[in-house]
Structure formats: C-alpha cells, structure tokens
Design a protein around this ligand. Structure first.
Ligand code: UDP
Length: 391
C-alpha cells in the first residue's frame, strides 16, 4: 500500500484544499498520515487520514501578542521560529518517517518542516501551494512598499544565520528564502488555474495548476435579477464588528437576501435583531452558499476567491492583508469584481449595485470558473503525488 505523509499549518485556508486530495488518495488505496494541529483534527480524520498533532512542537502557538505581531513583519524572527519548530520535531519525526517509510511527503509551502524532512531523508517531495505560486515575478503583485523591502533585506543576514542551525543537523537548505519558496525544479501543486495565476509563464511545468480542490459540482444556473449576497472575511482576521454593522445597514433594504459569516471571534447576536432577509452565522458551508449567491463581498482569501469563481460568482473586494491585496488585484485585472472603496454602508451598497447591474462581472467570473473546472482538481493533484511517489 502506498503511504503518503501530509504536513500543514494551523489554517483552514491551507488545509481545506488538501482534504479532497486526501480523500482521492485514500479512494485509490493509499494510506495517508497527516501532520497538523489539534484545531483541524476532526476535518482531517473525517477525510480518512491518520492525524498526528504538531501543536507541542510549535512555539508560535503560545506567543505573546507583541511577538505574534512580529511574525509577519520580521523575517529574522519568523525564520527563527520555523527553524525552532523543525529542530523540535527533528528526532521524533525523522524516526517516524524512517520507520513508517512514506513513498512521498506533501507539505504546505508554509510548513517547511515537511519539505526539510523529505530533503534530509531523501523522500520524494511535492509542495502544496494554496496561495498564488510565488517567485520574484509573481511577488510583485503583492506590491510591498520600499520600506518593507528594505526591512526584509536588512533582516536577511540574521535569518540566514538561523538557517545555519538546520544545516548543522543535516538539513540541506541554502538560505532563509529557500525555506518557504520553491524553485522551478520542485514538484508543486497550485490550487488555481494557469489563467488566474499572475506571471504564469515564469513557472516551469513542474508546477501543476489543478484549480480549486472542491467536491465536483455543476456550474450553478444563472438567476437573472437575483439579489442573493454572501459576505465573509474568512477564518482569521474576521473580528470586525464595525464592518458587519455597516453591512446590515447597507443591505437590510433593497430586496437583498444576505448571508453573513462572522467566524468564531465575533458574536452574531451582538448585531441585534436582524431583518428576515439578513442571516448572520458563525460559519456556513461556503460552497453550498456560493451556489446560491449573486455577489460575494470577500476579504479575498485565496480559497474564498477560488471557490467563488468556481461557482461563477462575481466579487466585491475588501482585502485585509498584503497577500489578499494581491489576490484582489488579480480579480480586478481579470474583470471579475470591484473594490469596496471604504468601510461604510453607502460604499458597500454602491459596490454591490455596481456588480449586480453590470453583467460583465458575472460573465468574467463564469468564464474563469469554467476554466477552473477543466484543470483536473483533486484527481490531478492525487495523480501528481502518486507519480512522484513512484519515482
Ligand atoms: N469557510 C467556510 N465557512 C465559512 C467561512 C469560510 O467553510 O463560514 C472556508 C472557505 O470555504 C475557505 C476557508 O474557510 O475554504 C477560508 O480560506 P481563505 O483562504 O479564503 O481565507 P482565510 O480564512 O485563510 O483568511
């Protein structure tokens, strides 16, 4: 029986696309062991994999708020944490891998401990990339300003010194950048289409663009004149009461039917009594809701955008981070959505009406969605992993 080990970070957005791939591998008779975090255990086990908890190795799980804030700004600090995690797992993980003998390791691009174990032990490796594929060309779409660039350059020396600790333990890794980026030699799965990927021509054919990894479903029927809205800021930076209140104010009248997903950091009851046509939930089955949606007001998480386009749903773009800003820019370039100009009720209403009254946004979204459906999805991802395992 073919054994495959998965590694991921504690994020729904990075885990969800892999679950369909796990199901596909198991359906083909593979045994899957999934190294992840307790918060994701239930989902991973429901997909049929054996779950292994990594929480205890990861010092990022217990950072002070000040240090948590440094992670995204300070390359040297974030590299040190990744190196610490890899070395904390080193003994146990390498022992387990030698004993269990997986034919292939599949690791999220942000979980370098999986990739490093594969390199150290000579196990075939496939990278799982739930964001856009990243290289120096596509990185430009994130448009980090000159300040951020200079800060990063200044921290590179210290970050590379942390990486030296890995080399001392037998991990063949060149520098800090190599921890989280792939070269054109690495077998890489990307969960979007070549068409949607910025600078796609700069990636080698080792990159397989499989499209959104979701259970296959037909493209929902068009509903001319439909005014069904869905709003979500995803599962991470979603504690935004003022925004949710503006949505209620903007969309309670006007013939809309709105579903708002607020996540588990915000109490939907605190929005007060809502009109019948406005539903607020902590979490919804997003794909099912998208199948009935005419406009999605989104934070532009890569999965949310992929899932919406898969369903042919045009977008109102409200990015909260640089990475989401890159995704929003690409949607806007492709003509499948408009930016929310500011967090206010009139701006929300205006952006939603703009998308509803111009069918070209929906047409562009449907065209991208049709492209996604031809990419191969979880089936192709599983075939790529099995091909790597057979080498
Ligand atoms: N999601 C969901 N129900 C919700 C809100 C989100 O199932 O009510 C899922 C959504 O389908 C997507 C993931 O959570 O797969 C969010 O990932 P994304 O990359 O969009 O954003 P993040 O949460 O990582 O910011």
């Amino acid at each position: 029986m073919c054994k495959i080990a998965f590694f991921c970070i504690p994020a729904q957005g990075h885990t969800n696309p892999t679950l369909e791939v796990v199901r596909e591998l198991i359906a083909r008779g593979c045994e899957v062991r999934y190294y992840s975090y307790d918060a994701l255990r239930e989902k991973i086990e429901a997909a049929g994999a054996e779950f292994v908890s990594c929480d205890r190795y990861d010092s990022r799980q217990s950072l002070s708020p000040a240090d948590a804030g440094r992670v995204s700004r300070d390359l040297a600090f974030s590299t040190k944490l990744l190196v610490d995690m890899t070395l904390a797992m080193d003994g146990a993980l390498c022992g387990e891998m030698r004993e269990w003998g997986p034919a292939c390791i599949v690791a999220d691009s942000m979980a370098p401990w999986g990739k490093l174990a594969a390199l150290k032990l000579g196990i075939p490796f496939v990278s799982s990339t739930t964001t856009f594929a990243f290289n120096r060309y596509s990185a430009k779409i994130m448009k980090s300003g000159p300040g951020a660039l200079l800060r990063t350059l200044a921290q590179t020396g210290r970050a590379n010194r942390s990486v030296r600790r890995l080399r001392e333990q037998g991990y063949p890794v060149k520098n800090a950048l190599a921890l989280i980026s792939n070269d054109n030699q690495t077998e890489t799965i990307v969960y979007t289409s070549r068409e949607f990927q910025p600078c796609a021509e700069t990636f080698s054919d080792r990159y397989t663009f499989v499209g959104p990894s979701v259970p296959p479903a037909p493209l929902p029927a068009l509903r001319p004149g439909g005014r069904n809205l869905y709003i979500s800021l995803g599962t991470v930076l979603n504690d935004n009461g003022p925004f949710y209140r503006n949505c209620v104010q903007a969309l309670s009248e006007g013939g809309f039917h709105t579903v708002l997903s607020v996540g588990d950091r915000f109490d939907p009851a605190s929005l007060g009594p809502l009109p019948e046509n406005f539903r607020a939930e902590r979490s919804v089955e997003q794909l099912r809701v998208l199948e009935q949606t005419d406009v999605f007001l989104t934070h532009c998480g890569m999965n949310s955008v992929n899932e919406a386009l898969y369903c042919g749903v045009p977008l109102v773009l409200f990015p909260q981070t640089a990475e989401q800003g890159g995704v929003a820019r690409r949607v806007s370039e492709m003509g499948a959505g408009v930016y929310l100009k500011e967090n206010s009720a009139p701006a929300i209403r205006a952006a939603v009406e703009e998308v509803l009254t111009h069918p070209e946004y929906r047409e562009r979204a449907r065209k991208l969605g049709e492209g996604f459906r031809c990419c191969g999805g979880a089936r192709l991802a599983a075939e790529k992993i099995l091909a790597a395992a057979a080498k």
